[in-house]
Structure formats: structure tokens, C-alpha cells
Design a binder for this molecule. Structure first.
Ligand SMILES: Cc1cc2nc3c(=O)[nH]c(=O)nc-3n(C[C@H](O)[C@H](O)[C@H](O)COP(=O)(O)OP(=O)(O)OC[C@H]3O[C@@H](n4cnc5c(N)ncnc54)[C@H](O)[C@@H]3O)c2cc1C
Length: 597
């Protein structure tokens, strides 16, 4: 069975030493997040994840969820108890405002905790995770009455949440959606239609499920401009907050799928179910985007989380498994063979995953911190710049962290040789579970198009220029620093590639949009590499300060410097290849006729 140890120390190093969390005490909720409290919270989360959630990961995979003849769905053995622990620990409402029963702490902490939960048990973590997303959408767009009615019980986890976008004939292109909403005399709506692939659509973990559903009000315009968002509870909630009768919504079947078996992926039938409008008529996609931006960051975290847990197990195995001798000469003469960790190719694999994980964690926390500023700062300019950052980095985090997360899970599996293919080691489950994160919440190709088609040119390129200025300013400031220049110099080269690619799109994509479409995924990854490289520089800077605290022996701070060097030498140069592909344009990609495929 695989092991998991939550990287609490690394998260604390990032929060305290790299991003100086204590400097944000003026933001609401941050004063309560003193270093001691943060350490205690992450320590408790680690215990929950290591001791309760991780042991259920393979159980959930093997058992999956079951739909009974009466439409009930039961989750795997142990999930109910584990969910109770999540609820009792107040984890769902960690960052929700106190007026709705939450603890009001920074969302950055929620993201740190979510990484631990997803590493321990991604399928399970989706139940509280989707509830947090639904809470975010209702907080941003719900009326006061809706917030009062639903939020307190979602925050405690008595009720959970879902998001219902996808229909059999539409996933990416939601403008095609057909689910109907008919207005009633009392202001409610009757919702009719079929949604598919709905995560946590039905289960036995909570007494009610609050579905957020996209539907088209009768007479609304076609396309995305005619979509509205509704809250549709599984059991109707009376005005006094008590539960009334069953609503006209049911789980028609469960999908049989590649991974995340412990999460119920449901076909949901809405048969004149009563729903209430959230936000304005025909503005549903906008409202849902609030939830999707949170969710996309959360899905990026899933990629990191699986990469981390897969790495931990591969590193352990590499130290135990004896095969062959080191090419530079025998390293462990007391053993019949050397452990495979001596082989450069195994080390290359482990270093590649590790160099991604540590920088990706930084990228998530840095962006989550900007998210907190965007939501909580009293300064409008600061809010706007943080919001710009979130908008720009969300597709990068979703797309890059999940693509790499899957690749890393495969690489970690490779360290196990044939044993990685065998179920009992758990490595093949990580691969299967990681795969979905590249697909849902907008497939990664769509994230790339979002970045290239919408985000880089938005508001005259304001967010992109701010990102360039920040990274360029940092490089300039540190390039004369003897200890830093070996790190910032390669970052400067790669930033140049990113700027050149951005310019190339400006000059070549307006007249020929296929150039943007053909280069979008390369651009997404080029952007991701630069962002990760910048994170490595920030980590190195903080690690250098901490080095004297190390007791002379090898420390995790000196390991940071080595890992950063590996990233700069062996991973960051990929930006040149990405740029070359972008500048090749779309001609060879688009030339063959459709029926030649
Ligand atoms: C396990 C699981 C859980 C899910 N959970 C939920 C959930 O809780 N709620 C929910 O609403 N949905 C959920 N989904 C649905 C998921 O979000 C969609 O499957 C996903 O957004 C892709 O939509 P699609 O499957 O219809 O693919 P399509 O939209 O048909 O896309 C097929 C391919 O074409 C590409 N493509 C499509 N349009 C374009 C374009 N314009 N340009 C370039 N490429 C394009 C896509 O990138 C993709 O690779 C879930 C799916 C799964 C499998």
C-alpha cells in the first residue's frame, strides 16, 4: 500500500519564508492566521489526511460507489466516517466568512489543505471540494435569502454541493445546452433536462445535496447569452430551514470510469425540479465562472497532489529496490546489488518530479494569496492587480499542473518497473486518478485557448505586462547578486522566449487565428515553465537566508538549491522548443483535409 506524508514543512517554508504571510495582517482573516495557528492547522490537516483519508484511497478505488434500485448511491466503506471527521474538523468552512459559520481564514490555507487531501484521497476530497466551490458561487452571486438558506449547512457539511453544466451533447460548448427553466407564479422555476458526468451528484455523505444547475429560461436567447444559474436542492428546504419533500431530481445512473472510483459521477435527471435563480437571468455562465475559477485552481492542485504522492512512493521504492550496480562503481558492497536510486536515470526521473512539485506548490500558494488579496483587500487598485493575476494564472495552473501531474504519476510508476503496473503498489491508481484532472473543469486544450485567446490580450494586456514587469524586475534586481545570478540568468532567457512568443501571437494570430490555436498548448507550457522558474528563484532566495540555520549537514535548504539548479539546467530549457513550435505556425497542422484523417 502506498504511503503519504503531507509536506507540512515545505508549505510552512513557502508561506513564512518565501511569501511572508505575516506581512498581510491588514487583510481580513489574516490576523488570525499567525505562524503558530497556521502550523497547527496544517499539522491537524496532515494528521487527518495521513491517518484517515490515505488508508481509504485504495478501498475507494476497489469498491467504487454503488447505485441502488431506489436511486440511492452509497460511497465506499469508510467514506462516511471520514466525511464526518472533515465536517467535525470544520475543514469545509476554513475560509468561509464567519457570518455563515466559517472560520474566515485565508483561502491560501484552504488550498494548502486541499493539496494534502487530494494526495491522500482525491476521489474523497472532491466531495468537500465541490461543496467549497458551490459555496463560493453562492457567496458571490446568491441573494441574501439564498445565502442565509443554504450556506450555513453547506459550511458545516450537513449539505454538500455540486456543479451541473455538462449535458450529453455539450461539454465545452455550453451555448448548446438544452436544460429548460420554466418560471412559476411564486418566482421559482421548474427545471427539466439531463445532466451527465456530475461529480458527487448523489451519495450518502450528507442529508441534502445542493445542485447548482445551468439552464435556459423559456424564451431566452440561444447560445451562451441565454444561460442562467439555479440552485436546485435534492430535498426542498422550507423557509424555516427545515427539510421539506423530495425535489424532482434523481440520479439515473453512475458512470463507470478510469479513475476516481470513490467519487460518484452521476447522470442527473431533472424532471420539473424546483429551482431558484442565482444572480441575474441569462448571466449564469458568468456566475458559474466564479465557481469554475476556484474549481480550476483546485483541479490544478489535484495535479500537484498526485505528482507529490506518486513522487514520495517512487523515492521510497528507489531506496529499497536492489537492481544492478552503479555505473560509477559499486555503492553498497554489503548488498547483493545497489538500490536503484544510484542510477542516474532513476535520479533524473525523481529530480524531474521533485523540481516540478516544489515550484508548483509555490505557484499555487502564491496565486491563492493573490486570490485572497483580490477578495479581501480594501484597496481597489491592489484588488484589481491581484484579480488580473488570478485570471492570467488560473488556466496556466489548471493546464500545466494537471498535464505535468499526469506525466509525473506515469514517471513515478516507471520507477517501480513491472511492480508499478500491479494494483497492490497503488501507483497505477495514481496514474488513473490523475488523468481526469486534464479533462474536467475545461479540458486542457481549452485552458490553453483561454490563455491565448482571452487572457493575454485582456484589458490591453494589462495582466500579462504586470507579470512580465514583476519577473523582469526581479531578474534585474538579482542579476548582480553572486548567489542568485546562476538562477536568474536562465530565467531571463526563458522569459525572453515567452515575450517573443507573446509578440509572435500579436503579429501572426490576428490575421490567422489558427496560428494561435495551433500554438496555444505550447504557449501554456512555456508560460508555466517561466512561472515555475520564477518560483524557483524566489525559493532559492529564501533558502539562502535559511541556510545558516542548518546544522552543517545536508539540509532541506541546500537541497532546494540543488533542485533549483536541476530545474534551470534540465527543465527550463524546454522553453526554446516550445517557442520554436509556436513560431512554426499552423500550416503543417492544418494542411491535411479533414477526410485525410
Ligand atoms: C469523471 C468526470 C467528472 C466530471 N464532473 C463534472 C461535474 O461535476 N460537472 C459538470 O458539469 N461536468 C463534469 N464533467 C464534465 C467535464 O467537465 C467535460 O467532460 C469536459 O469539460 C469536456 O467536455 P466534453 O466531455 O463534452 O468534451 P468536448 O467538449 O466534446 O471536447 C472534446 C475535445 O475537443 C476539444 N475541444 C472542444 N471544443 C474545442 C474548441 N473550440 N477548440 C479546440 N478544442 C476543442 C476539447 O479540448 C476536448 O479535447 C466531468 C467529467 C468527467 C469525465
Amino acid at each position: 500500500m502506498p504511503d503519504y506524508k503531507a509536506p507540512v514543512d515545505d508549505a510552512l517554508f513557502l508561506l513564512n519564508d518565501v511569501f511572508h504571510f505575516d506581512r498581510y495582517g491588514n487583510l481580513p482573516g489574516f490576523a488570525d492566521a499567525s505562524p503558530d495557528i497556521v502550523e497547527a492547522i496544517l499539522g491537524e490537516a496532515a494528521k487527518l489526511c495521513e491517518q484517515s483519508l490515505a488508508p481509504l484511497n485504495m478501498v475507494g478505488d476497489a469498491e467504487g460507489c454503488t447505485r441502488h434500485d431506489d436511486g440511492r448511491v452509497t460511497t465506499p466503506t469508510g467514506f462516511r466516517d471520514a466525511f464526518r471527521q472533515v465536517v467535525d474538523g470544520g475543514w469545509i468552512g476554513l475560509s468561509v466568512p464567519a457570518e455563515f459559520g466559517g472560520q474566515g481564514l485565508p483561502s491560501t490555507l484552504t488550498q494548502a489543505v486541499n493539496e494534502f487531501m487530494c494526495s491522500a484521497n482525491m476521489a474523497f476530497a472532491m466531495y468537500p471540494g465541490l461543496t467549497q466551490g458551490a459555496i463560493a458561487a453562492l457567496l458571490a452571486h446568491g441573494s441574501d435569502a439564498i445565502k442565509r438558506k443554504y450556506l450555513p449547512k453547506m459550511v458545516t457539511g450537513e449539505w454538500t454541493g455540486t456543479m451541473n453544466l455538462t449535458e450529453p451533447h455539450c461539454g465545452t460548448d455550453l451555448g448548446l445546452l438544452r436544460t429548460k427553466a420554466a418560471k412559476q407564479a411564486d418566482g421559482s422555476y421548474k427545471i427539466t433536462g439531463t445532466k451527465i458526468f456530475i461529480s458527487a451528484g448523489e451519495h450518502d455523505l450528507s442529508s441534502n445535496i445542493i445542485h447548482l444547475v445551468l439552464a435556459r429560461i423559456e424564451g431566452a436567447p440561444a447560445g451562451t447569452k441565454g444561460i442562467s444559474l439555479f440552485v436546485v436542492p435534492k430535498i426542498v428546504v422550507n423557509d424555516d430551514g427545515s427539510l421539506g419533500g423530495a425535489n424532482g431530481v434523481s440520479c439515473g445512473s453512475l458512470e463507470h470510469k478510469m479513475g476516481i472510483h470513490g467519487n460518484a459521477t452521476c447522470v442527473m435527471n431533472y424532471d420539473g425540479a424546483t429551482g431558484w435563480l442565482v444572480g441575474d437571468e441569462n448571466r449564469g455562465l458568468n456566475a458559474m465562472f466564479t465557481m469554475m475559477n476556484e474549481a480550476r485552481l483546485g483541479v490544478g492542485v489535484q495535479g500537484l497532489a498526485l505528482s507529490e504522492v506518486a513522487y514520495q512512493n517512487a523515492a521510497r521504492y528507489a531506496k529499497e529496490r536492489l537492481q544492478g550496480r552503479a555505473i560509477s562503481g559499486v555503492k553498497y558492497s554489503d548488498r547483493p546489488a545497489d538500490p536503484i536510486i544510484v542510477h542516474p536515470d532513476i535520479r533524473r526521473t525523481l529530480m524531474t518530479i521533485r523540481a516540478f512539485n516544489e515550484a508548483a506548490r509555490a505557484l499555487v500558494l502564491w496565486t491563492a494569496l493573490r486570490g485572497d488579496i483580490a477578495h479581501r483587500s480594501g484597496d481597489a487598485k491592489e484588488r484589481q492587480s491581484a484579480d488580473d493575476h488570478m485570471g492570467l494564472l488560473t488556466p496556466v495552473i489548471k493546464g500545466v499542473l494537471t498535464d505535468r501531474g499526469f506525466e509525473n504519476a506515469v514517471m513515478a510508476q516507471q520507477v517501480f518497473g513491472g511492480h508499478g503496473y500491479i494494483v497492490e503498489h497503488g501507483m497505477e491508481q495514481f496514474v488513473r486518478d490523475a488523468r481526469i484532472a486534464q479533462i474536467y473543469e475545461g479540458a486542457n486544450g481549452i485552458q490553453a485557448l483561454d490563455l491565448v485567446g482571452r487572457k493575454i490580450g485582456k484589458d490591453g494586456g494589462r495582466a500579462l505586462m504586470a507579470f512580465f514587469n514583476e519577473v523582469q524586475g526581479y531578474i534585474k534586481e538579482k542579476s548582480a547578486d553572486e548567489q542568485m545570478k546562476g538562477y536568474v540568468a536562465p530565467l531571463g532567457v526563458s522569459l525572453g522566449h515567452l515575450q517573443q512568443a507573446s509578440m509572435w501571437f500579436m503579429q501572426n494570430a490576428m490575421t490567422k487565428p489558427d496560428n494561435a490555436g495551433a500554438g496555444a498548448t505550447d504557449y501554456l507550457h512555456l508560460f508555466g515553465l517561466v512561472a515555475l522558474g520564477y518560483m524557483w528563484c524566489r525559493i532559492v532566495e529564501a533558502a539562502i537566508v535559511k541556510l545558516p540555520e542548518a546544522d552543517g549537514g545536508p539540509s532541506r535548504y541546500s537541497a532546494k538549491l540543488v533542485t533549483a539548479r536541476f530545474f534551470m539546467e534540465r527543465m527550463l530549457p524546454e522553453t526554446a522548443t516550445r517557442l520554436a513550435r509556436i513560431e512554426a505556425g499552423s500550416a503543417s497542422t492544418m494542411e491535411l483535409a479533414d477526410d485525410a484523417f
